[in-house]
Design a binder for this molecule. Structure first.
Ligand SMILES: Cc1cc2nc3c(=O)[nH]c(=O)nc-3n(C[C@H](O)[C@H](O)[C@H](O)COP(=O)(O)OP(=O)(O)OC[C@H]3O[C@@H](n4cnc5c(N)ncnc54)[C@H](O)[C@@H]3O)c2cc1C
Length: 461
């Protein structure tokens, strides 16, 4: 065992008691907090940074994937509800691009301005009366005294005013890494069972591009990189994405792949590897940018305006819930009785040196339903786990980890929390029909649902 010291016992002040406590302000946590706050629940959102957005802001993604699907050959937005409210607010702020085709024009994505996204989320959360605790890092938990109940009493948070405990009736772990769930003893998996997680990437944005001269350089850059590789130049990975933002003098670059010196993916829940990964990520950004600038028309005066504040982690822990969503479910466009929304993103596997995409068949419906059971963890009875750490197989998560599905899971978690509190139920006991009806009333698209659910949602509108 590694060397250890014993910390002295301490009394920790209670910051507050909330009906719903959400850990993590990424797409899943934002939607969960908004849904619970809008249902009138006292809600606290705890976020380690000073802004929300998760990987969408902190890791510089600046693109929503998974809001759209190819439905029998037609590109359609299929994720609605809270996602629409966020898109609407971004449009009002002139912070949203028109949808664009990506991955060789096979699917639709939507890029946004990162600063507008941060402000839009602040506004929406404030309007829903969600209390924010920024610069607050969840570091532990306390269980309720009667261990048989398997209930979390409080999450322990480090803040600039010291260590505090936040008590809650229900908790939503939207940390991306399943931190709270893991501390509380929820079983989980990491990677594919053979130590392979999806590789992380550090993203950066380029400014000073001449859009007229650059044209459709997003098609040219991968070809130029392939040519250079053939001549002996080495890049971190294939399938680079370099594309214009809302204002086309600014482009985003998703081109890196962060490996340990032994070639394995940097592990986002290993402190030493994370530190190494940040440095290696910035090195790769600088290296690839020099190449892009030197060969791409319109990039002569370009510069890196920002390397994302943090390394972009695609996968760490995935908790085990009442059901595990698989790639077969995704690619088979599977329906579930307990659907809480849909996912139309392909399986996107970031493997060593490359990115492998697998799409649903071209003539298919193009989306699967997401079952409620993947956000209901085993063992702990007052916890939801939403987002990329929900109950999905390694391959299933390679699809349903993107923003669209995370909004779906978050909205369902916040709405189910309200129903659980109203009826004094555990998450696993929530009436799924009532949940579906509420989600539909709140604008969500669930795909095919039982007739009585659809009827009830319509009549109560
Ligand atoms: C490089 C890269 C590119 C990607 N590209 C896209 C893309 O273009 N479009 C897309 O839709 N998806 C993309 N993804 C997928 C993206 O990760 C997911 O869409 C999504 O952000 C996951 O949402 P989440 O809410 O589950 O977790 P996250 O986005 O990871 O958010 C988790 C939040 O919890 C906070 N947190 C974590 N631990 C704690 C703690 N202990 N205490 C307090 N706060 C904590 C974090 O700071 C963060 O804000 C990409 C991912 C990566 C890494």
């Amino acid at each position: 065992m590694a060397e250890q010291i014993v910390e002295p016992g301490r009394n920790t002040p209670v910051f507050g008691h909330y009906e719903v406590v959400v850990l993590g302000g990424g797409p899943a946590g934002i939607a969960a907090a908004l849904a619970a706050g809008r249902r009138g629940r006292s809600t606290l959102l705890i976020e380690r940074y000073g802004f929300c957005g998760g990987a969408g802001t902190a890791a510089g993604l600046s693109t929503f994937c998974g809001l759209h699907a190819v439905v029998h050959g037609r590109h359609e937005q299929v994720v609605h509800g809270i996602a629409d409210d966020i898109l609407d607010r971004l449009r009002v702020m002139d912070g949203l691009n028109t949808p664009h085709l990506t991955i060789r024009d096979q699917i639709t994505a939507l890029s946004y301005d990162i600063s507008a996204f941060k402000i839009a989320i602040d506004e929406l959360l404030a309007e829903a009366h969600v209390e924010m605790l920024y610069h607050a890092f969840g570091v532990g938990h306390v269980m309720r005294a009667d261990a048989r109940d398997n209930l979390i009493e409080a999450v322990i948070v480090e803040t600039k005013s010291g260590r505090v405990a936040v008590r809650g009736d229900l908790f939503v772990d939207a940390s991306g890494d399943g931190d709270l769930a893991a501390w509380a003893g929820v079983p989980y998996e990491v990677g594919d069972g053979a130590g392979n997680m999806l590789y992380p990437s550090t993203m950066f944005r380029i400014n000073g591009v001449d859009p007229g001269k650059a044209g459709r350089a997003w098609e040219l850059i991968p070809a130029l990189m392939d040519e250079a590789e053939a001549a002996g130049r080495r890049f971190p990975r294939k399938k680079p994405v370099v594309r214009p933002q809302r204002n086309p003098i600014e482009w985003r670059a998703n081109v890196t792949q962060i490996k340990n010196p032994d070639g394995t993916p940097v592990n986002g829940i290993d402190a030493r590897q994370l530190s190494y990964g940040e440095i290696e990520g910035r090195r790769q950004c600088w290296d690839v940018f020099q190449f892009i600038k030197s060969v791409t028309p319109g990039f002569d005066n370009a510069y890196i305006v920002e390397i994302a504040p943090q390394l972009g982690i695609r996968e760490t822990r995935r908790i085990l819930g009442e059901y595990v969503l698989t790639d077969a479910d995704v690619l088979g466009c599977r329906d579930f009785d307990d659907a809480i929304g849909v996912n139309g993103w392909p399986v996107e596997a970031h493997i060593k040196g490359d990115v492998k995409f697998v799409f649903t068949p071209p003539d298919s419906r193009g989306f699967n339903q997401i079952p409620y059971r993947i956000i209901v963890p085993q063992r702990i009875e007052n916890l939801f786990v939403a987002g990329r750490c929900a109950s999905m197989s390694h391959e299933g998560q390679s699809s349903a980890r993107v923003s669209g599905a995370c909004f779906v899971m978050g909205q369902a978690a916040g709405t189910a929390a309200d129903l659980a509190l109203a009826n004094r139920l555990k998450p696993r006991e929530v009436d799924v029909r009532a949940l579906q009806q509420q989600l539909q009333r709140d604008g969500a698209f669930l795909g095919p649902v039982a007739k009585e659910t659809a009827r009830a949602a319509q009549t109560s509108q």
